[in-house]
Design a protein around this ligand. Structure first.
Ligand code: UTP
Length: 295
């Protein structure tokens, strides 16, 4: 039984068409919440889960993401010479966050295919997968007590299984998510075996209110499942199709995540994230409140 999870795969090779025109030249994972890109929040969550290596599945034009986690000696020296020590320390800290490995996905053949591209680096270990669309802000108490990815890692190791993170959604929103079928069971503190996943069901046929939000821990049998997975919806190799093969062996468990989260791909969630972050910044909070009152 694998005792730890040391690697996370972060696929960033998609075309990001929902984020156009921003994503025409800039990866959506660099969208900032005030001054902090979403990938930074994800890296903090990854570190809190005890993970040390980040494997980006990249495509052309995504080098800014790798650069973000690199050292920037010129910038750092420039800041130090001008006495901006705190900023220089921050720049240095980001450059030493984690080890980054990049693997190219040469064609956008789907999320399942993107994860499959990491197989030679992962080998036989358990590994995590994180998508950049969702962030669990560090200022939320529940996220502080137990980072979402940490919860998935702990459950995967304890049960020797693969785990998928879900949140409870209003059933009317089921058309926007992959939904778990748990055979009618409710998810509480304990993980539950998944019978199958259903991609974007209509509310009247959604098997549960538990929606997949881009946090997973898999064992290497996922690669065997992905190898056999044919293109599905949209002609893409779908991760959920491979996950269904794990379900058949009762080797996938759903884990309920309860902390505050923002779906950055959704403009309303994105605006809320900006406002909530600004309200926590002493230099912005009061001025923002005054401005909102004045509207
Ligand atoms: P999405 O399905 O959200 O696709 O992929 P997308 O390309 O980012 O966005 P839209 O739908 O065109 O707006 C989920 C994650 O999987 C990655 C994406 O970068 C995103 O992080 N992905 C998707 C790949 O790495 N490769 C692919 O072939 C497809």
């Amino acid at each position: 039984m694998s005792q730890s999870v040391k690697k996370v795969v972060i696929p960033v090779a998609g075309l990001g068409t929902r984020g156009l025109p921003f994503t025409k030249e800039v990866p959506k994972e660099l969208l900032p919440i005030i001054d902090t890109p979403t990938i930074h929040f994800i890296a903090e969550e990854v570190l809190a889960a005890g993970i040390e290596q980040v494997i980006f599945i990249t495509s052309k034009g995504k080098h800014a993401l790798e650069d973000y986690f690199d050292l920037s000696p010129n910038l750092e020296n420039w800041l130090r010479k001008r006495g901006k020590e705190a900023l220089a320390d921050k720049v240095r800290q980001i450059g030493t966050f984690c080890e980054v490995i990049s693997v190219r996905q040469k064609e956008p053949l789907g999320l399942g295919h993107a994860v499959y591209c990491a197989r030679n680096i992962i080998g036989q270990e358990k590994f995590a997968v994180c998508l950049g669309d969702e962030i669990f802000p560090p200022w939320d108490k529940i996220n502080q007590t137990q980072a979402p990815l940490r919860k998935l890692v702990d459950a995967a190791i304890e049960l020797d299984t693969s785990t998928v993170g879900v949140v409870e959604i209003p059933i009317a929103d089921s058309l926007s998510y992959g939904i778990l079928d748990l055979g009618g069971k409710s998810l509480g503190e304990n993980p539950a075996p998944v019978l199958r996943t259903v991609e974007k069901p209509k509310p009247e046929v959604a098997p549960s209110p538990y929606a997949i939000i881009g946090r997973y821990v898999f064992d290497s049998t996922l690669f065997d499942a992905l190898k056999e997975t044919k293109p599905g919806v949209g002609g893409e190799i779908q991760l959920t199709d491979a996950m269904d093969k794990l379900c058949a062996n009762r080797k996938l468990h759903g884990v309920l995540l309860k902390g505050c989260r923002y779906d950055i791909g959704n403009p309303m969630f994105y605006m809320k994230a900006q406002i909530d972050a600004a309200l926590r910044r002493p230099e912005l909070s009061q001025r923002l409140r005054d401005y909102m009152k004045s509207l």
